[in-house]
Design a protein around this ligand. Structure first.
Ligand code: BG6
Length: 255
């Protein structure tokens, strides 16, 4: 008997290879920034530890804090620059959008096969992403029509939902689908993302290892890790839901 009825997909790194593009864009922002200020050099480990999967400005603030730098938050409409957290984030947004335009975006074939399989099996699906670029990325990848429910960085800002690693955006997506969180699968490639899944009463947290490491994904809350979603089929929906008594059963609480 099927125990899981919904699959909540992260976008960047899960449906599309855009986490790697974000990663390179952050490096283009922060490598010269660190050099110019004599800060410890920016590395890809910084991306995975401080930025990956989080809302744009939270990523900036967390990374800067790791270098002992504190800037005023500013506002989302700050012009791209260096004076505020938001200005830095918006500068990176210019960089990443240029890369998206130049490189194009195609979904992972294995992810589309898995999406087809769970949809054909009757599961409801949603996209849950921190990115404010979600609508454009879904459109470029030809996936817009596949998801009636999208909880992205724009929705989170509008509805004042805490970003990943808090579970709130995933909980909102399950609610919009009308499916109890316990009957929903969270699919994530980022540490902050599997943490978000583990911080809510979800039925299963599936990790996709795109470079952060399977062990790290498990340590941060994944129940199971695959290298590519093409390894899976709709049988995942028959996975027994995770045990009810988990530290993270406090729905809506921050991780
Ligand atoms: O700046 P955006 O597009 O709103 O995205 C915020 C974050 O979105 C996440 O999906 C990515 O993993 C991060 O790398 C990115 O920083």
């Amino acid at each position: 008997m099927t125990s899981l009825r919904a699959v909540l997909f992260d976008l960047d790194g899960v449906l599309t290879p855009t986490a790697e593009v974000h990663m390179r864009a952050w490096e283009r922002l922060f490598a010269p920034y660190c050099d110019a200020r004599g800060l410890a050099p920016y590395t890809s480990a910084d991306y995975f530890a401080h930025i990956d999967g989080k809302p744009r400005y939270d990523g900036v603030a967390t990374f800067l804090a790791s270098r002992g730098v504190e800037l005023p938050r500013g506002a989302a409409d700050d012009a791209p620059g260096e004076d505020t957290v938001c200005a830095l984030g918006n500068r990176k947004d210019v960089i990443v959008n240029r890369m998206f335009d130049e490189e194009g975006i195609a979904p992972y074939p294995g992810s589309v096969r898995f999406l087809d399989a769970v949809t054909a099996a009757g599961a409801q699906v949603a996209v849950v992403s921190s990115s404010r670029n979600t609508p454009a990325v879904l459109a470029a990848a030809g996936l817009t029509e596949r998801f009636a429910v999208v909880v992205d960085g724009n929705v989170a800002a509008r509805e004042h939902l805490a970003g990943k690693p808090a579970p709130d955006t995933y909980l909102r997506a399950a609610a919009l689908l009308g499916v109890p969180a316990a009957e929903a699968v969270v699919v994530e490639d980022a540490l902050s993302g599997v943490q978000a899944g583990a911080a809510g009463p979800f039925g299963l947290v599936l990790g996709v290892d795109r470079g952060v490491g399977a062990q790290a994904l498990v340590a941060h809350g994944a129940d199971r890790v695959v290298a590519d979603l093409g390894e899976l089929d709709a049988a995942v929906l028959d996975t027994p839901a995770r045990p009810v008594a988990r530290p993270a059963d406090n729905q809506g609480e921050q991780a």
